[in-house]
Ligand binder design. Structure first.
Ligand code: DUC
Ligand code: ZN
Length: 520
């Protein structure tokens, strides 16, 4: 006779949502892993049973773009409002069970030193699972071909590069070095694309005219700043035949450039964030210095019609992932947004945007806002929500199918959402959030549903009934990641040049071959 099935957790009466399907099924979990999906499963003795009451069961959300204990403007003296405990508590309260933050290679330091330092900050302190992307500021041969392969063995399989910010930006030639190495080693490359010289010129000119109030942050970075850099970096990636992900895309013309490249079957991916879908530049014009709360880069866009175009790109397949770009600095803090008032050479009563640290908090609100505005308002199906907020990030950053889906063998990470008839509208308010940041840019926004509960590796980590995070710091584990399983290089070269390592590996030149190899 077959042995009775052994589960330690059974989620009953839910609609299980993956990127491809919605199915009525019970989910059985053993030792933190999904073991079975079936209808009418009976709980063995001692098994915990959670009744989803006809609601949706999605995978735990993956937020692949968060800044934790990392200041966007360290040179100014700015400090992150969150450490790993507060950021990850905030994450799970919004349904996010896996977060990928950044380890910044300070100029003159090695990438390994950056990763070691960020491990120290996170180890023992997180309640969500986590990993790091390395922000590369020195793409020397030693770093890209000496250290990068070792970092990949440690499970760090993605890098981020910047085309702006003096402390971070790379020249076009350095970006080519990154793409060369990233293609060779199969590393996912994220790009912050804004034209640094355009920003510098306009910032100087605005300041000389005394135009320093917070909204001039947006004036100094109009959409063409983003679309120009996107177009240029895309050309660099095409030359190197290297897949690329543009982060926090906000400008319609940048989406156009990306869409056109995707139509040519380039491996080009895009990320956007809830603030570009739901807020506009009007937020930076709030009375007094309040507009500082909405300063981020790229900036919120002035034209409300642009928001609809971002929704179109999010729903029509151009956008691959939605992330929060959580980058919190407090508003009432001399090491936060107040730097825009205190470091204010012109003594403008409305402050000076040049000294306002960029960034918005959002790791907790991303999921509930996207579920409310996307699914509940009928802009996208539950499966599309899962694709954008869970699955594609897991695939792109080498965590699939451990994370980002619900199937036998996956980690038992779930968010339970209410059925449509059980939803109750509430409003976002900072006092209900779990981040240490003292404000949210979404204050007062309607939420149609908030997670009933978040489960990570089979344990309830957030209880929506009490709004309590119940996991202890240290429950979160480092995620050793593999490589992207989304489309890779196409082996198409723009001239007879091609990287020499392909010859050395004996790879055939598949130029003009039908159907691009994905290089995996
Ligand atoms: N922009 C960045 O480039 N980094 C963090 C926050 C932000 O708004
Ligand atoms: Zn960011």
């Amino acid at each position: 006779m077959a042995a009775p099935l052994q589960f330690d957790l059974l989620i009953k009466n839910g609609i299980v949502v993956t990127a491809s399907d919605e199915v009525r099924a019970d989910v059985a979990v053993k030792d933190g892993k999904v073991v079975m999906l079936a209808l009418g499963l009976e709980a063995p003795e001692g098994c915990r049973v959670i009744d989803a009451e006809g609601g949706y069961v999605t995978p735990g959300l993956v937020d692949s773009h968060v800044h934790v204990a990392q200041s966007a403007a360290k040179a100014l003296g700015a400090k992150s409002a969150d450490d790993w405990t507060s950021a990850s508590r905030s994450a799970v309260a919004g349904g996010c069970t896996s977060m990928i933050a950044f380890a910044v290679q300070n100029r003159g330091e090695s990438m390994q030193a950056a990763v070691d330092a960020y491990h120290q900050l996170a180890t023992g302190n997180a309640v969500a699972d986590y990993s790091f992307h390395v922000i590369v500021t020195d793409p020397s041969k030693e770093q890209m071909h000496g250290e990068l392969p070792s970092l990949i063995e440690q499970g760090i399989t993605s890098i981020k590069i910047y085309s702006t910010y003096p402390a971070l930006k790379l020249s076009d030639e350095q970006i080519l070095e990154c793409f060369y190495a990233a293609r060779q080693y199969g590393v996912t490359t994220m790009v912050h694309a804004e034209n640094s010289d355009m920003i510098a010129w306009m910032t100087r000119d605005l300041a000389a005219r005394g135009m320093t109030a917070p909204w001039n942050h947006g004036t100094s970075r109009p959409p063409i700043v983003e679309s120009e850099a996107t177009n240029r970096v895309l050309a660099l990636s095409e030359l190197m035949d290297c897949p690329v992900l543009f982060v926090h895309v906000s400008a319609p013309d940048a989406f156009k450039v990306i869409r056109e490249a995707q139509t040519r079957a380039m491996s080009v991916f895009a990320e956007t964030c809830p603030h570009y879908l739901l807020l506009t530049g009007k937020e930076m014009r709030a009375p007094g210095f309040e507009g500082a709360k909405a300063c981020c880069a790229p900036p919120l866009r002035e034209n409300p019609a642009d928001r609809e175009l971002v929704w179109n790109s999010t729903c029509n397949g151009t956008v691959t992932v939605v992330s929060s770009d959580h980058a919190p600095t407090n508003f009432y803090d001399e090491n936060g947004k107040q730097l825009g008032l205190t470091k204010n050479p012109g003594k403008s009563p409305r402050g000076d945007f040049r000294y306002i640290p960029n960034g918005l908090p959002g790791v907790e609100t991303r999921g509930p806002l996207m579920w409310s505005e996307g699914v509940c308002k009928g802009r996208m199906s539950p499966s599309k929500f899962v694709e954008l907020n869970c699955t594609n990030a897991a695939k792109l950053y080498g965590m699939y199918p451990q994370k980002g889906t619900i199937q036998p063998g996956s980690d038992a990470d779930f968010v339970i959402w209410r059925s449509p008839t059980a939803r109750k509208t509430s409003k976002v308010t900072v006092s209900n959030l779990h981040s240490a940041c003292d404000y949210t840019p979404f204050e007062g926004h309607d939420i149609e549903d908030w997670p009933v509960m978040t489960i990570l590796r089979g344990e309830v980590v957030y209880d929506g009934a009490t709004n309590n995070v119940v996991a202890k710091p240290g429950y979160g584990q480092f995620l050793k990641r593999g490589k992207s399983v989304l489309s890779g290089p196409r082996n198409k070269w723009l001239n007879e040049w091609r990287p020499s390592y392909l010859d050395a590996a004996g790879e055939e030149d598949t130029q003009n071959a039908s159907g691009g190899a994905n290089g995996k």
